[in-house]
Design a protein around this ligand. Sequence first.
Ligand code: SF4
Length: 177
Amino acid sequence: MSKPIVGVSSCLLGHAVRYDGDHKYDSKIADSLAQAFELQAFCPEVNSGMSIPRPPIQLRQTERGIRCVRVDYHNIDVTDQLQQSFLPELQWMSGLHGFILKANSPSCGIERVKVFDGDEYQRTGTGLFAQFIRQCLPGLPLVKESQLEDRALREQFIQDVQRYKSVASFAVETNSS
Ligand code: SF4
């Protein structure tokens, strides 16, 4: 039987795609989870056309709601650039059975991403790409890499992914029969 296919924030697999030209290689994912899953790297910021390196971005409370802007120039808003780049990726992402996302990123962060207001952050939110996955692929198992350090959470994620794949495969067989 084929392995479940799991998306991974590219920087966690050692790809040097971060704003500073570095990566955040995580051996738990690259070594141990690669045995259970077929891993598919994706960086939403680079996919949207951003360079490596690039100016860092952050979530910020504005009059237009929470927006993703450059840290150095808050009037440079990259929200639309990012969001418009997600939709063309939906077709291949529909074949995924889970996604491992980099914590704390304004793009990939699942939760507790800082939302700045002035020089401080007053609240936390979700990265734009993680929001998109939640809305367009409801039920897809998501986990941030820091949760995989907990053995029970790691096992739970593996089970969730396998269950999701079984349900998805059953739906495909039913629709084609
Ligand atoms: S956008 Fe996501 S994948 Fe790309 S560098 Fe940032 S955290 Fe990593």
